[in-house]
Design a protein around this ligand. Structure first.
Ligand SMILES: [Zn+2]
Length: 360
């Protein structure tokens, strides 16, 4: 029911996108206040935990709709299973699913159960967008402000210049804005949890839930104004998404309302309007990497959502980016396994790894 945009409402947004696409960046001076040492693009990610499609459509959320008018967007993006926060936020920041990064449950409920990641850095972590940005641009300023404390467990804690937890969505937004105005980080990730909290307390789709979406909507408006009023607006992207929806007072199940998430991006080179091709939550990191022209690790599976970008931007970047192994990400060591063909006598077991490897 809520997996598709409501026809009239979405058509209005699509039409508004055509006529208003210039407004987002108009009137901005691009000549001043360039952050020292970083002249590349700036990316602000707004992650609204537990924001459902129903919430986007039904809440009083003019700022989310303002964002959509200026964005390439879809209300049919897919998260990953299980529809919990840790596996999904990890997917958003690593460009891969639980099958690759190994996080399969929610850290906040105790020890995150996970299996060995497909590849890992020296500290054993599946590489996030923060790490590959840091590795390939050591001076890039990276900032993470998160309302849900468990978010910090999903990334390399030593990588961001700032990794700050705050107890309310207002504090998180205020802290992120203060930092952004002072430092203009290359990558700012803002995680807001009020919507998910309220979903658990009162139920997804309830009046209280929609009110919480409206509260988060104010934060979105402040962050959009922050970018719009800044001299660096012309090189700043804003990407907004969620980790999962919800059902009754929970999520983690396998319903379409839990796994469908909004995904939208505004900024230079973006073609406003509905994205027609599929977008997955792990495309988030891949899209950010593409904006920064980063090499992405082979163990990522996400693809940049290039349908959101102008063709001129796509051709300009295609010559820059290759998908090769990234420094700091080595394939996880696999145990030496000798496999005997089922029909062969045990004495003739074949060591498929060749000379020098023994069965352990
Ligand atoms: Zn939750």
């Amino acid at each position: 029911m809520v997996s598709k945009p409501k026809g009239d409402q979405m058509r209005r947004i699509a039409l508004a996108a055509v006529c208003c696409s210039v407004v987002w960046w108009s009137g901005q001076s691009r000549a001043s206040a360039q952050p020292a040492g970083w002249t590349g693009p700036l990316v602000v990610v707004i992650g609204i935990d537990g924001l459902s499609i129903d919430g986007v459509e039904r809440a009083k959320d003019p700022q989310l709709h303002r964002m959509m008018e200026q964005s390439a967007w879809t209300l049919q993006a897919r998260g990953v299973m299980p529809t919990l926060s840790s596996p999904n936020w990890e997917s958003a920041i690593t460009g891969a699913g639980p099958e690759q990064h190994g996080i399969t449950s929610n850290g906040i409920l105790g020890k995150m159960s996970k299996f060995e990641p497909v590849c890992k850095d020296a500290e054993g972590h599946f590489p996030t967008i923060f790490e590959i940005l840091r590795t390939q641009h050591p001076t890039a300023d990276i900032a993470v402000f998160h309302e849900w404390p468990g978010f910090a467990d999903l990334l390399e804690k030593s990588v961001p210049n700032v990794l700050q937890h705050g107890g309310s969505h207002e504090k998180i937004t205020a802290g992120a804005m203060e930092y952004w105005k002072a430092h203009h980080p290359a990558l700012l990730f803002v995680h807001l949890d009020i919507v998910d909290h309220t979903g658990h307390d009162s139920g997804w789709g309830t009046a209280a839930y929609l009110k919480a979406v409206a509260e988060a909507d104010k934060d979105v408006g402040e962050l959009l104004d922050m970018v719009k009023q800044d001299p660096n607006a012309g090189r700043t992207y804003v990407l907004l998404t969620s980790d999962h929806g919800g059902k009754n007072r929970n999520h983690g199940g396998n319903s379409i309302v839990e796994i469908t998430i909004p995904w939208m991006i505004a900024g230079p080179d973006i073609v406003p309007g509905q994205i027609q091709s599929p977008v997955y939550i792990y495309d988030t990191a891949a899209t950010i990497a593409w904006i920064f022209s980063l090499n992405t690790p082979d163990c990522w599976i996400g693809r940049p959502a290039i349908a959101a970008f102008r063709s001129s931007a796509i051709s300009a970047r295609n010559g820059l980016r290759t998908n090769t192994s990234s420094p700091g990400c080595e394939p996880a060591q696999r145990p030496a396994i000798a496999v005997a063909p089922a029909s062969a006598p045990s004495s003739a077991a074949t060591n498929l790894l060749g000379p020098g490897h023994s069965k352990e």
